[in-house]
Design a protein around this ligand. Structure first.
Ligand code: NAG
Ligand code: NAG
Ligand code: NAG
Length: 501
């Protein structure tokens, strides 16, 4: 019986299927026809979209590598070598700087600009809010200036100059300077270390859309603005294709974000509309801190030093000099070995069990006890936050700086830089004089007190090393003192070497 039922239902199904097929034959044919028509439409519109996207894009994106702008667009892109292998490395000539200045601030701040600007080598302009007085000649060593075009038509709520400075990237782009790969923005009190800036930018494919910089050291600032924002004082870089996109949308975008405070926040918002986010590089320093930047610069991350900012707001880098002279001293070391500037190496003096830390070209420290590598790499907190002058938090871990001189390192500052022979330097660090009552009289400190100077020898660091995975360099300390001098040699670490081996 059960088999009968099965047979019956089977028949039923068969007839049902048959009738379904029959009645659907015509509609099926219609559907196929419709599908075909739709497909033709789809193919047509997709190719139209693709075609128009590429044509409009290429008229904007004139890649500097392409030999002749007069060639047709199609040829133009065929000659473009996508493998990138034939692209020459990025150098200083590929960068256009856009410095946000004003007549009011430039007369004092130009000294910062002139520290790093190299006439006829660095390209770009300081952008002013008004024409300089015609009777005063523009200083020869300053970057050339341009006056920002009328920006007053834009909405703003707190700072009108924010709009003007945000538009520097647009105005720089529209100058149509040849062979530009990067637009680098900075403030008029930003000090760039251009060789290292080149090393950093050379790591990236300038034919893609990049927004590169760093955020604020003070968490309160990042919370208020954004962790994802490149703070303008530390400087940031925008690749040519991103600038080309930004220029298209910027003016409309600026009106959308008129409530924002600074130019950097406006750029961040507009770059985000394009869908590009920040590529962080640790060598850009906004220096959103108060007090003494010593701890931060004595334990720089293992990354090339790209910029320093806000130097009028912190203590001079070298306590016995004013800020400008301090920078000149640091730059002297930088010229001898740009890639190594502020790079920290540390090692132990085995006989005395001392920890020794060198921040190359700046400072050295001796601790008459043993500290771990992670402690030595952690900045001593000699500073406060930017806005509230609080003891933190910062975007990195800090080490508490005790007020007790017996818990502090003995500190040395750079006093001489010598280039010896081929690719080697000698830097000398002299002991910092103690202020009255700030000296530790404990017997453990006495042997350190006999070290008046630390002499550091190092090979000149190849900038190419910054293209590889970063690794801190190792050092050795001579066993005995000579003439109250301790000798330290910085070198590449051995294959299986650690600080404790
Ligand atoms: C593109 O780069 C490759 C890889 O180096 C090279 O072999 C080739 O000749 C280049 N082509 C052109 C058209 O430059
Ligand atoms: C920079 O690279 C270009 C090639 O893109 C080269 O022509 C130029 O001479 C280089 N300039 C410097 C200063 O090295
Ligand atoms: C820069 O180049 C211009 C024109 O070639 C020249 O007149 C000027 O002296 C140069 N300046 C420096 C500082 O080399």
């Amino acid at each position: 019986m059960s088999s009968q039922v099965r047979e019956q239902s089977h028949d039923l199904f068969k007839s049902f299927k048959f009738s379904l097929f029959r009645t659907d034959r015509i509609t099926g044919f219609l559907i196929t026809l419709l599908k075909g028509v739709l497909l033709i439409f789809l193919v047509n519109s997709v190719s139209l979209v693709v075609y128009s996207a590429f044509t409009t894009q290429t008229t904007w994106f004139r890649c500097p590598e392409c030999p002749s702008p007069t060639r047709s667009i199609v040829q133009h892109c065929e000659t473009f070598n996508v493998s990138g292998e034939n692209i020459e490395p990025t150098n200083i000539s590929h960068i256009v700087f856009g410095i946000g200045g004003s007549m009011n601030t430039w007369k004092d701040r130009r000294h910062y600009g002139e520290l790093w600007w190299q006439p006829n080598i660095t390209r770009g302009y300081v952008w002013l809010d008004e024409q300089p007085h015609s009777n005063a000649a523009w200083p020869q060593n300053s970057p050339p200036y341009r006056v920002s075009e009328d920006w007053t038509r834009f909405k703003f709520s707190s700072s009108r100059s924010g709009v003007r400075i945000a538009r520097i990237v647009l105005e720089s782009f529209r100058l149509r300077l040849p062979n530009v790969r990067w637009f680098v923005m900075g403030d008029d009190d930003t000090v760039f270390f251009t060789d290292n800036l080149v090393s950093v930018l050379a790591k990236y494919d300038h034919r893609q859309m990049y927004y590169i910089g760093g955020n604020s050291e003070s968490v309160e600032q990042d919370v208020m603005h954004s962790y994802g924002m490149a703070f303008g004082g530390g400087g940031f870089a925008i690749s040519y294709p991103l600038a080309a996109e930004l220029v298209k949308v910027l003016d409309g975008c600026l009106d959308r974000y008129y409530t924002f405070y600074g130019s950097d926040q406006r750029i961040w918002a507009c770059v985000n509309e394009i869908g590009v986010s920040l590529t962080e590089e640790q060598g850009f320093h906004q220096i959103d801190i108060r007090g003494d930047p010593y701890g931060l610069l004595a334990a720089h991350p293992v990354a090339p030093l790209v910029s320093l900012h806000h130097l009028d707001y912190v203590k001079p880098l070298f306590p016995s000099q004013n800020q400008l002279d301090s920078l000149r001293t640091l730059i002297q070391a930088y010229r001898a070995d740009p890639a190594r500037t502020l790079q920290q190496s540390f090692c132990y003096q085995p006989k005395h069990k001392w920890s020794v830390s060198i921040s190359w070209g700046y400072t050295a420290q001796i601790y008459p006890w043993l500290l771990s590598a992670s402690e030595l790499a952690m900045p001593l907190q000699t500073f406060q936050t930017w806005r509230s002058w609080a003891n933190g938090p910062f975007t990195f871990t800090t080490r508490w700086m005790s007020a007790d001189p017996c818990e502090q390192p003995v500190v040395y500052f750079l006093d001489r830089v010598t280039v010896v022979g081929e690719g080697e330097t000698l830097t000398s660090y002299k002991r910092h004089e103690f202020e009255a009552g700030k000296k530790c009289d404990r017997s453990t400190y006495a042997p350190v007190m006999s070290v008046h100077r630390i002499i550091v020898s190092a090979f000149t660091m190849d900038p190419w090393e910054w293209k590889m995975a970063p690794r801190r360099h190792c050092c050795d300390i001579s066993k005995n003192l000579k003439n109250k001098e301790m000798h330290v040699r910085i070198r590449h670490c051995e294959l299986s070497e650690t600080i404790t081996t």
